[in-house]
Design a protein around this ligand. Sequence first.
Ligand SMILES: Cc1cc2nc3c(=O)[nH]c(=O)nc-3n(C[C@H](O)[C@H](O)[C@H](O)COP(=O)(O)OP(=O)(O)OC[C@H]3O[C@@H](n4cnc5c(N)ncnc54)[C@H](O)[C@@H]3O)c2cc1C
Length: 136
Amino acid sequence: MGDNVLVIGGGLVGCETADYLSERGKSVTIVEVLERMADDMVPILRRPLMDRLKSKGVKMFVSIQKERIEKNQFIFMDRERNEHVLRGNTVILATGGKPQKGDWENLKSKISEVYFVGDVIDSKGKILDAVAEGTE
Ligand SMILES: Cc1cc2nc3c(=O)[nH]c(=O)nc-3n(C[C@H](O)[C@H](O)[C@H](O)COP(=O)(O)OP(=O)(O)OC[C@H]3O[C@@H](n4cnc5c(N)ncnc54)[C@H](O)[C@@H]3O)c2cc1C
């Protein structure tokens, strides 16, 4: 892990990753295409996380556009349409996950009852969703 880290994707996962790395002395920048960082977090957790990131000097850009990566450079426009060029030696992609049912679907031909619950159905789900689906 390099000392200058760029996190692409400022949702819950990207912001928590930035929190972890900045705690360990890394210089971290987060870029997000939406208007708001960690928009998928509940307010009671989001606010303290945002405060922590700011107090540790994590740089955050929202509503970014026209992002591209060139050799050791990440180039994008901020919401005021100013161009930024970031140099970093580590890039973390936290742009979202996809459920992977893979070969598990085939189980239905072998076993009479098969249920999918939790993130394997919807990777944007939360712990409560997984628990509720499991219970059901
Ligand atoms: C960084 C991060 C922060 C999060 N923070 C929150 C939060 O604050 N609040 C909240 O509600 N949710 C949060 N979530 C989401 C939450 O973790 C998930 O919604 C929840 O864990 C889904 O539960 P699950 O049992 O479906 O999947 P998981 O918890 O991912 O469990 C799946 C398990 O299956 C195992 N597995 C995979 N393939 C196989 C295989 N072939 N054989 C055997 N085992 C296998 C995996 O190793 C894993 O242990 C967060 C997620 C991330 C990534």
